[in-house]
Design a protein around this ligand. Structure first.
Ligand code: SF4
Ligand code: SF4
Ligand code: SF4
Length: 321
C-alpha cells in the first residue's frame, strides 16, 4: 500500500488523538510547583554564567539536537529554524538553552527574572499538539516527546509565553517524509522530569541554593505548600504574585516587589522576545473539567472512527471492494 502525505497525516492524527485522551485526565493533577522569588536574583553577577542556567545546560547537554545538514526546508515554507550555530547563547530560550535570566531596568533598578516553562495546570501545548507529542505528567510538569514531535510549532503558537523552541534537521520525520513533514523538533524545560520522578529536585533549584543558601531564588516543593507560602507572603510582605491565576493556574509562582503590570509594560516597551502578560486567559481549561473531558472524548472518538472509516472505505473502493 502506497501512503501519500495526506493519508499519512490522517493516520498519525487519528492515532495521536486516541493516545492523547488520557492526557486530559492528568491536566488537573499537579504534585509539585516552583516558587521564584525575583528580588533575590542578581543574575549571578560576577560569575561566568548564571548557575541555574549552567546547571540546566550541563544536565541536558546530551539531549540537545544534532541536526543533519544540509537542512531541508519544511515544505511549503521556504525557511527553517536552525539554532545549532548559536549553541552558546544564554540570553534567550533556544533548543540549546531551556532557561534564561531576563534582565530589565525599571526605575533605576535592575530586575532579573529566571524564565522557563511555567508548567501550566491546563497546558494549551498539551491539548493543542495534533500528534500528541506533549504530556502533562502527574508531577505537574509538561514534557515534549522528541521521538514523536514533528516540529510543527503549534505548541509554541498557543503557549501564552511562546516557550517551546524549534530546531530543524532533527526528528523521526527525516526517516518518513523528509521533504513534506515536520519542521524539526520542539524543545523546552521539562522540570527535570527524570529527577523529580525519583524525588530529586530540579538541577536549577539546587544550583541556586548552593550559591545563595537560605536566600535562594527558587523553592521547589509540594504544590499545596508552595501555593500556601506564596499566598501567605503576598499578604504578609506585600509582594506581588504571578502564575497563580494566569492561564488558569501554573506550576511556577513568581513573587516580586515590583508590580507585574510594570514588568509587563517594560517588556512590551522593549519588545522583548519573551513577554509576561498579566491577563492570560486559558481557552482550553473548560475542556479539562469532567463534563468537558466527556465531550472531548466523545468528539475525539467520533473523529478517529470517522477518519479510519473514511481511509478504509477509500482503500476498499480503490481495490474495487
Ligand atoms: S536564579 Fe539563582 S542561580 Fe539563577 S541567576 Fe538568579 S541567583 Fe543565579
Ligand atoms: S508555559 Fe507554555 S509550554 Fe509551558 S506548559 Fe504552559 S503552555 Fe505549555
Ligand atoms: S527544571 Fe530542569 S530542565 Fe527545567 S530549567 Fe531547571 S534544570 Fe532546566
Amino acid at each position: 500500500m502506497k501512503i501519500n502525505r495526506r493519508t499519512f497525516f490522517k493516520i498519525i492524527t487519528a492515532f495521536s488523538f486516541l493516545a492523547s485522551v488520557p492526557k486530559y485526565v492528568n491536566s488537573f493533577q499537579s504534585k509539585y510547583a516552583t516558587l521564584v522569588y525575583i528580588p533575590n536574583c542578581d543574575g549571578c553577577e560576577n560569575e561566568p554564567l548564571p548557575r541555574c542556567v549552567k546547571a540546566c545546560r550541563d544536565l541536558n547537554r546530551y539531549r540537545f539536537p544534532e541536526p543533519k545538514k544540509p537542512i531541508q526546508p519544511y515544505w511549503p515554507r521556504p525557511n527553517y529554524e536552525d539554532w545549532s550555530n548559536e549553541r552558546d547563547r544564554i540570553d534567550t530560550l533556544t533548543p540549546y538553552n531551556w532557561l534564561f535570566v531576563q534582565k530589565i531596568q525599571i526605575e533605576n533598578n535592575t530586575i532579573n527574572i529566571p524564565r522557563r516553562c511555567m508548567h501550566c495546570d491546563y497546558p494549551p501545548c498539551v491539548k493543542g499538539c495534533p500528534f500528541g507529542a506533549l504530556s502533562k505528567e502527574p508531577e505537574g510538569n509538561t514534557v515534549i516527546d522528541d521521538k514523536i514531535c514533528f516540529g510543527g510549532a503549534k505548541c509554541r503558537d498557543i503557549c501564552p509565553w511562546h516557550i517551546p523552541q524549534r530546531q530543524a534537521g532533527v526528528g523521526f520525520y527525516l526517516k518518513l517524509l523528509p521533504k513534506f513533514a515536520g519542521g524539526g523538533v520542539m524543545y523546552k524545560c521539562d522540570l527535570c522530569n527524570d529527577r523529580i520522578k525519583k524525588g530529586v529536585e530540579p538541577a536549577c533549584v539546587i544550583a541556586c541554593r548552593d550559591r545563595l543558601k537560605d536566600k535562594s531564588v527558587y523553592k521547589f516543593g509540594r504544590r499545596e505548600d508552595i501555593y500556601a507560602e506564596a499566598k501567605r507572603r503576598t499578604e504578609n510582605e506585600g509582594v506581588y504574585i504571578y502564575g497563580m491565576d494566569q492561564n488558569g493556574g501554573t506550576g511556577t509562582i513568581y513573587l516580586s516587589t515590583v508590580p507585574f503590570e510594570k514588568i509587563e509594560a517594560k517588556l512590551k516597551d522593549i519588545k522583548a522576545r519573551f513577554q509576561m502578560p498579566v491577563k492570560v486567559r486559558n481557552r482550553y481549561s473548560d475542556i479539562t473539567k469532567p463534563l468537558g473531558i466527556a465531550l472531548v472524548t466523545a468528539t475525539l472518538f467520533g473523529a478517529v472512527t470517522g477518519t479510519l472509516a473514511a481511509i478504509l472505505t477509500k482503500k476498499g473502493a480503490e481495490r474495487g471492494l
